[in-house]
Each structure stands twice: as structure tokens, then as C-alpha cells.
Design a binder for this molecule. Structure first.
Ligand code: ATP
Length: 245
């Protein structure tokens, strides 16, 4: 059944378990992401956030559980076919093709999302309009951009795939405050346009200060706390994250 009414979750993951050999890093985690909302995934280092994201997007196989994308079971599909269906990840660490130009990175995203060659220039123009900073340096190698610019490029490349569900792993990591603000502004705008976003983020103040509707705290691969952001105080979330230290 597809989510044509806009009321059901766009991403519905149930009982997700992910392991590295015998080490189970994520234990039967369930979560739902809805159109037009940001869910923040927080937890201390090693809690399993990246592993969960990679299981959801298909970069790692799941040992148990199901991932439904708009009602369709994508659990067995490779990452690239999930991208084509609208489930895209922005990996940790500003992953871009460093030797390619900004434009060519974006074109790879457009191809991954199945955008037709005839529509390419229009789509690129739209991306440059959204991220003027990328328009200005479209002919530069990605390696020559600043860390903040590379993060914007990583997000823009993900957007080029035309996702409905975006998984974003620690986009603010290592960025100057001005770029953190730009990243959060971009994600808020995408949420307002109807994307369902899962955001791994260490900046608890930012998460509870407005960007996220829901917060999930992971601890040793399990959900330790889950609530509407409005119901949570920074101290509660911080206590939940650091209680096991
Ligand atoms: N490639 C790997 N091989 C083996 N174990 C791994 C691998 N990657 C992660 N782990 C282990 O899995 C667990 C979860 O790690 P993960 O990176 O998902 O946590 P995280 O919450 O994203 O942490 P961080 O905030 O540091 O990125 C940790 O115990 C980690 O040591």
C-alpha cells in the first residue's frame, strides 16, 4: 500500500538489527519517518547511530527487521536502488568526489536519482539557486572547497537524487558556526517542502531548539528514549546520552 494520502510514514523500519560479525551494534530498533518532519537521532559515540543509518539506506545488510519505503519493502534492495526509489543518505564526513568538479558531483546525484539528461540543466540551475555558494564555484574541484562548502555539496548531491526520505549523518561535525546555521536552514527548508528527514546530530541544543519534531536517543544499539522534541528538556536528553558513561 502506498502513502498517497500523506498520512502514513514515508519510512517505516521495524525491528532493525545490524551486526559486524558477532558484534551486534543495533538491536531491533524501530522508527517511522513522516513527510514534512525531522527526527533527530542522538546518542554518545559508538551508540550505533551511523550503523542504524547505514542499515536503513542499504549500505549495511540488516540481520533482522524490515524497511518499508512508502509502503514498499526495500529491505533486500541495494543502496543504489533505494536511492532511485527516494531514500538517500548524506554520509558522515562530507563525502564528495574530491577530484570531480562541483557540477560533476551534482550530475552524479542527478543520474543516481534517474533524472533525464534533457532535464539536467534545469535541475542544476535549481540546485545553484538553492545553494548559491555552489553555483559560484561550480567549476572548481570539490577538493578545493572549504569543509562547509563540501558539506553543502554533499547535501546538494543527495538532493539531486530527488529523495523523499533523507538520512543525514552528523552534518554539523567540524563546521564553523556560520555553516552549521546554513546546513540547518537547508534541512528546515527541505522539511517544509515535505521531505522526511532523519538527522544524526550531537548539538542537542539545536535539536531541541526547533529543528527536530521528534528525538530518539540510542544507547548501546537500543532506543533509550523517544519523544516529541517539545516534551524534552536539554538536560533530560543530555542525561540520557551520558548516563551510561
Ligand atoms: N566497521 C566496523 N566494524 C566493526 N565494528 C564497528 C564498525 N563500525 C562501527 N563498529 C562498532 O559498532 C558500534 C556502533 O558504532 P557506530 O559508528 O554506529 O556508532 P555511532 O553512534 O554512529 O558513533 P559516532 O558518534 O562515534 O559516529 C560501536 O561499538 C563501534 O565500535
Amino acid at each position: 500500500m502506498t502513502n498517497t494520502t500523506g498520512t502514513g510514514p514515508l519510512l517505516d523500519a521495524t525491528g532493525i538489527r545490524v551486526a559486524y560479525g558477532d558484534l551486534v551494534a543495533v538491536w531491533e530498533v524501530s522508527l517511522r519517518l513522516h513527510a514534512g518532519s525531522i527526527t533527530a537521532l542522538v546518542g554518545r559515540n559508538g551508540a550505533g547511530k551511523t550503523t542504524l543509518i547505514n542499515g536503513l539506506c542499504g549500505l549495511l545488510p540488516v540481520k533482522a527487521g524490515t524497511v518499508l519505503l512508502d509502503g514498499r519493502d526495500v529491505t533486500a534492495l541495494p543502496a543504489w536502488s533505494r536511492v532511485a526509489l527516494g531514500l538517500t543518505v548524506v554520509q558522515e564526513g562530507k563525502r564528495v568526489f574530491r577530484e570531480l568538479t562541483v557540477r560533476d558531483n551534482l550530475v552524479l546525484g542527478l543520474r543516481g536519482g534517474g533524472v533525464k539528461r534533457a532535464d539536467r540543466e534545469d535541475e542544476l540551475a535549481r540546485l545553484y539557486e538553492r545553494f548559491p555558494i555552489l553555483g559560484e564555484c561550480r567549476r572548481q574541484r570539490a577538493a578545493d572547497l572549504s569543509g562547509g562548502q563540501q558539506q553543502m555539496l554533499a547535501i546538494a548531491t543527495a538532493l539531486a537524487t530527488k529523495p523523499r526520505v533523507l538520512l543525514v549523518d552528523e552534518p554539523s561535525s567540524g563546521l564553523a558556526p556560520v555553516f552549521v546555521d546554513l546546513v540547518f536552514e537547508a534541512l528546515s527548508a527541505l522539511r517544509d517542502e515535505g521531505l522526511a528527514i532523519l538527522l544524526v546530530e550531537q548539538l542537542v541544543d539545536e535539536v531541541l531548539g526547533g529543528i527536530a519534531e521528534e528525538v530518539i536517543v540510542l544507547e548501546r544499539g537500543r532506543v533509550a528514549l523517544r519523544d516529541r522534541a517539545a516534551n524534552l528538556a536539554v538536560e533530560d536528553v543530555a542525561a540520557s546520552i551520558y548516563s551510561s558513561l
